[in-house]
Design a protein around this ligand. Sequence first.
Ligand code: ZN
Length: 221
Amino acid sequence: MKKGFSRGWLAMLPWPRPPGGRHYSACHFCDTLHESFPVSEGLAARCVRCGAVLYQNRPASLARASAFSLAALLLMVLVHAFPFLTMDAATLRRDLTLIGASSALMKADAPILGTAIFLFTVVAPVVLAGGILYVCFPLMFGRAAPLADHVAKWIYRAEPWNMVEVFLLGVLVSLLKLAKVADVHFGFGFWAFAGVMLCMAAAVAGIDREELWDRLEVAKK
Ligand SMILES: [Zn+2]
């Protein structure tokens, strides 16, 4: 278990084989059932019938998932610390933050929309990035954090509700219309939010589910 440490802390513990006999993996495309084995770093297991990738061992998967989720959390601080958009109309100048926009919608006639923006763009990315870091970082040292399996389950449940990229697309479309009545500039918060989107995508794609669950199963023993 400890042989990974001799090559430095960045050297990953190899993907362990979980206990409890045979494990199986079904192809997402043709449903063929395969006996699954851990694969070496950089390699992928493919379906014998259709050739689709069943699972893969991404290089430095745990370090990658942890680093990108930590980066997303740090960028979320910048998102809230700086204006998201700045609008100039005649003599009026207005800085808009993400939380300011959602609370303005809540106070106006759109409380459901304001709450949805707050949940999907402020809460969901923090919960998702925090959850990935909580699960993956201790696994780098062969340990499972308390209730890590439950947190991992919720990460994959919450993943479809992380709508950072949908929100950014909506902002860009709205800006095209707003540009006719006001001079609109992207604030530093907007670019930080775009960074959150990229980091979240890289964190989620950083580690394969098959590998994560195998590592959790072994670390819990
Ligand atoms: Zn297949």
